[in-house]
Design a binder for this molecule. Sequence first.
Ligand code: FAD
Length: 403
Amino acid sequence: MTASQKALRAQDSADVVILGAGPAGLVLGNLLLSAGIDCVILERAAREHVQTRARAGYLAEHTVRILERHGLAEGLRRQGQEHRVCEFRTVHESFRLDYGLLGRGEQHTVYPQHELVTDLLARYLTGGGRILFEAEALAVLDADGPRPSVDVRDADGRPGRWRARYVAGCDGRHGAARRSLPEGTIRHHRDHGVTWLGLLAEAPPSLDAVGYAIHPRGFAGHMARSPEVTRYYLQVARGTAADDWSEDRIWEELALRLRAADHGPLTRGPISQRAVVDLESDVLEPLRHGSLFLVGDAASLISPSAAKGANLAVLEAEILAHALTAALRHSDPAPLDRYSERCLAYIWRAQEFSHWMIRLLHADPEGAGGDSMFADRLRHSRIETLRTSRTQQDWFAENYVGL
Ligand code: FAD
């Protein structure tokens, strides 16, 4: 019998039950652990899957500061690459913004999310943290009462139940926390009508900057992940399947949109991962229901256009960890009462910037209505303002790296 099966056999309890071992759940778990709070993480996937799932890469300075403050930044300090330049390319021109010299003078650290997750997990386990893999949360029950619980099942379908004082829903947009919300919970939702083919190429970066190509054929993006791996994005038609495009077609289209003929060829390599991402955003309000708190993607889904999701997840996890510690250690419920309002202020600001980026990088989607030429001219003017106005560049830098 595996540890996971034993754990699910009986009824268990912890002061805080955390659903999900992504950046949100693992930062929260580590912070609670070091505050001496009894907690457990329930994770649906296997450990191997959690540690290899490639997603985010750009960490803002405040995220690095949070991780450093809690001794969780060793790996990213050792291997993360500092990044502070982005380059916009249109068919007419290209320009670079050194955002490290603009706004608040902050930069990104590029560190693949699965590496961060691996570090956070190792640290949590070394500290004696409890985690169950292949333990899927099915529902959060009695969140309005004093003793909520979480129904779970293990990989073999065996059921179990965890009792808690608080439940942290860090299980993403399709998790059990969202499914357990009472009717009438507000979900603000926007489908931006844009689809990206997200690619990981086993190829060194081809430019020393984040590349945003704004092209009549659609957006293309270039983002370094490591000296050997580069993330590319290609805007594709809605309904495209991940395998629809051959590798040759992908590289040709990237070269065309990124204007490789003018700027130098792209370094090609095998495409190791590909996924279709429909650009969608949503925000749930409020982020607390009784003893259940929503954190990270469970609280708000933000399109990857401005690289905010993992950064928000870490920030919210720190805010919640402090609030739970105040409630459980010092019988002070006030920070928990403020959790939703505090986080929503950050979330809406990030959503606003992400929305601005989407409108900068893409033409109006088909069927958006109105005069598409009008939208195109607005977009051109937005790019020109960004290229020429120092005030606009400062605003961009502050929002691009900050929250
Ligand atoms: P997740 O990382 O989704 O973790 C949730 C965890 O919960 C998972 O491990 C899942 O297996 C588990 N789970 C789900 N359901 C259950 C259940 N029922 N029971 C138990 N466990 C469950 N953000 C940035 O800040 N910068 C970037 O550069 C960036 N790039 C991105 C690129 C792409 C292609 C994508 C898709 C996203 C990107 N993001 C980026 C967003 C970022 O990856 C997410 O916002 C981040 O992963 C959110 O962390 P989380 O912990 O809230 O959720």
